[in-house]
Design a binder for this molecule. Structure first.
Ligand code: FAD
Length: 375
């Protein structure tokens, strides 16, 4: 829980307008954007050597549209919006069992909705902060000490610095969360499956602007086709969490082979890409549920604090909404981070918990058909 009220802009120290953001994906870049608007000097550390690319497209609708408009990014987003896709359900011989035809966008403003490649949204967010925040790649936190005048941060290169506030935006395996919060505060809720996502430049595996899905109980393979690339998504069901090295890519590839080598349809062609070099995303379908999203001068945003899981299909939106709500609260309480953090959490928590509950009771997930790869 948040502690007693404390002034961010208390006198001593020259760190009082510096904030640290851990993680440079949607939550991190959006938080960095808003903190610069609030007048903070922002440093972003990212473990990877560059922005982590790949992944299936992100839906932009409702409050996310309003937030991206406030950020001045909606024109760029709508310019990159993807055309609607047909969805086809396939059997092992590639016969179409059923499907959904792409529908043209509605003129109804309340139904306004866009889909955009994850990489395009990352580029738009990065473009908005590049030059105004200090980006440090291949850098990660190893220690955080919350002191009365600021947070002392130690990094993986041994360097140390002090910040007024620290924001953990480092995803559902958040290092910030592990360094700051004890196990009693946070839990990872395993949703019974794992998923693999990779975007390849090759086209032709599937027609452009089409999603094809092949499913047998417990295993789902999906291809999203575009003019210039293809998303490869594979998901398998597991009754219990599997022990594997989170950073061990070879082991993750083996896990995918162990489950999918038996499958027909276009899966062998999909598996050919798995052994090639290049980044991919592999993780459990899981949610992060915490009793509190902040402690002292440190707050979590996005998957780090309240991952809703890919099953919810709202992870990107949740990160953007979280960053904006946090900034709104800090704008309303510029001299009292504790009150701001409390407000951020109290106002956003009911929405997050509603989304988490709906995802956890997802009918497809319960049947073990699809994990996190809904088109
Ligand atoms: C490469 C990739 C592909 C994805 N593809 C999909 C997808 O297809 N479908 C889907 O539903 N979700 C996907 N996700 C997750 C999705 O991006 C998030 O659920 C959502 O956008 C919330 O964003 P986030 O910024 O909170 O977390 P994330 O997007 O997970 O970003 C966390 C960031 O923190 C960085 N990081 C991790 N540890 C550290 C550390 N110790 N120090 C510094 N930085 C660190 C990561 O490299 C990453 O850049 C993907 C994530 C990644 C990274």
């Amino acid at each position: 829980m948040v502690g007693p009220s404390t002034s961010v802009l208390s006198p001593a120290g020259n760190n009082q307008k510096s904030v640290l953001v851990s993680g440079a994906s949607f939550a991190g870049l959006a938080t960095a954007y808003w903190m610069t608007k609030l007048g903070y000097r922002v440093t972003v550390v990212e473990l990877a050597s560059d922005l982590r690319r790949g992944g299936t497209p992100v839906d932009i609708e409702g409050e996310t549209i309003e937030i991206l408009s406030r950020m001045g990014m909606m024109d760029a987003v709508s310019a990159k919006a993807l055309p609607p896709r047909d969805v086809e359900f396939k059997d092992e011989k590639d016969a179409t069992l059923g499907g959904l035809k792409a529908t043209a966008r509605s003129d109804d403003i309340s139904a306004e909705q866009y889909e955009i490649h994850r990489d395009d949204l990352l580029d738009i967010l990065f473009g908005a902060v590049e030059g105004s925040v200090e980006m440090r790649f291949e850098r990660s936190l190893t220690k955080l000490e919350d002191r009365p005048a600021g947070v002392a941060a130690t990094f993986n290169d041994g360097s140390k610095e002090e910040y007024a506030l620290v924001f953990g935006c480092d995803g559902n395996r958040s290092t910030t969360r592990k360094l700051v919060f004890d196990d009693a505060n946070s839990s990872s809720y395993f949703m019974g499956g794992y998923f693999y996502l990779r975007v390849v430049e090759e086209t032709g595996m599937v027609p452009a602007n089409t999603s094809q899905i092949f499913s047998v109980p417990g295993l789902t393979a999906m291809l999203n086709g575009y003019d210039d690339r293809t998303d490869i998504a594979l998901a398998f069901r597991a009754d219990h969490p599997i022990e594997y090295g989170y950073r061990d890519k070879a082991q993750q590839r083996r896990l995918i082979h162990d489950h999918f080598d038996v499958l027909g349809w276009k899966v062998p062609a999909m598996l050919n890409h798995i052994d090639k070099d290049g980044d991919f995303y592999f993780d459990a379908a899981s949610q992060i549920r915490m009793k509190s999203w902040s402690k002292g001068r440190i707050a979590l945003v996005g998957d780090a604090g309240y991952c809703v899981s890919p099953v919810a299909g709202l992870g990107g939106s949740m990160a953007l909404i979280g960053a904006a709500r946090l900034a709104d609260a800090l704008r309303r309480h510029p001299t009292d981070y504790a009150v701001a953090f409390n407000e951020y959490e109290c106002k956003l928590r009911p929405f997050v918990e509603g989304v988490q509950k709906r995802a956890a009771t997802n009918r497809l997930l319960k049947k073990g058909l699809a994990v996190g790869v809904a088109p």
